[in-house]
Design a protein around this ligand. Structure first.
Ligand code: SIN
Length: 312
């Protein structure tokens, strides 16, 4: 019997596929659709303290090899998502869900995390250190000093399971430096990667999204090699207690297989979910199971992180 079940932070999930924060997760209705699909769990849209309208539309465009977005963190505010998660804790006590969040300033991040800490929320929190789309706000995890300060302050009071969503890194020294920081903290996971920030997609003579004169985060097929490199680089460098969630360029079961081979314990689907809807989870799971069967693998543990290198 082939199983795609997995664990994150000690919680069991019957499937390793879930949505990526930003897709199909703005409203309770969208979250319920993911919850009731073949996905193992869901993550909410990244919540800020209060409701945010986000950037002007058009701000998300599917394109042939992926997507470009500059959403600007539109969301219904922390309480909306937290209330829903607390409801689900009562109605579906055997399942665990992810809450994504970040403040518009370090102070707001602490306010939000303290509210979550004080709440009855028993699930997993993902701190988004990588949104590329809020004008004037850099991607936090590209600034190692600020990242370390936030993590050291957060872990002084936050005692629930916490992971971080990372932007892609492109330099071996940056992998080393980032991993050295993350290894100092009791993180449950890192999620690699958010979109590749600030790309441009052009049709005829024009950009395709309005904010920032068309600059936006790139997802989909364009980014799989970068996503796999980040998953594997952190798998090689992080202490084993920090698990990896792989996100980026997952269209097929083969893509999910490659993320797991690089070290991912959970795989998130963004652009493909936006293009195909929640039926994508069933299709990608079935494709992944066929590959596992062909190779004689019964569980993700049989091949997780076992990427082969070419000998000298
Ligand atoms: C956005 O809301 O701009 C996308 C979220 C993200 O990239 O973190």
């Amino acid at each position: 019997m082939v199983s795609t079940s997995t664990q994150i932070a000690g919680f069991a999930f019957d499937n390793c596929l879930m949505n990526a924060a930003g897709v199909a997760c703005m409203t309770k209705e969208e979250l319920a659709e993911v919850k009731d699909s073949a996905a193992g769990t869901f993550v909410t849209k990244t919540a800020t303290l209060d409701f945010r309208q986000g950037n002007p539309e058009p701000r998300y465009q599917d394109v042939p090899l992926g997507s470009i977005n500059s959403m600007g963190l539109p969301n219904n505010g922390l309480d909306y998502y937290l209330d829903y998660l607390l409801e689900l804790q009562e109605s579906e006590p055997n399942r665990t869900f992810f809450l994504s969040l970040v403040g518009m300033s370090p102070e707001e991040t602490h306010t939000i995390l303290k509210k979550v800490q004080a709440s009855d929320f028993k699930g997993i929190t993902e701190l988004n250190l990588s949104c590329p789309n809020v004008p004037g706000k850099p991607q936090i995890a590209y600034d190692f000093e600020t990242t370390e300060k936030i993590l050291s302050e957060v872990f002084a009071y936050f005692k629930k399971p916490l992971g971080i969503k990372l932007p892609p890194y492109f330099d071996i020294v940056h992998f080393d430096q980032a991993a050295a920081i993350f290894n100092k903290y009791p993180l449950e996971f890192v999620n690699c990667v958010n979109s590749i920030g600030n790309g441009l997609y052009i049709e005829d003579e024009s950009v395709v999204i309005r904010p920032k004169n068309g600059f936006g985060g790139i997802g989909g097929q364009y980014i799989k090699p970068t996503a796999l490199a980040n998953v594997h680089a952190f798998y090689q460098r992080l202490k084993p207690e920090i698990q990896i969630i792989g996100t980026g360029g997952v269209l097929t079961g083969r893509d999910a297989f490659e993320h797991i081979l690089c070290g991912a314990s959970m795989v998130q689907v963004g652009t493909t979910l936006h293009k195909e809807g929640v039926a994508a989870f069933e299709r990608i799971t079935a494709e992944l199971k066929v590959i596992m069967e062909e190779k004689g693998y019964e569980s993700l543990e049989d091949f997780r992180g076992k990427l082969k290198y070419i000998e000298e």
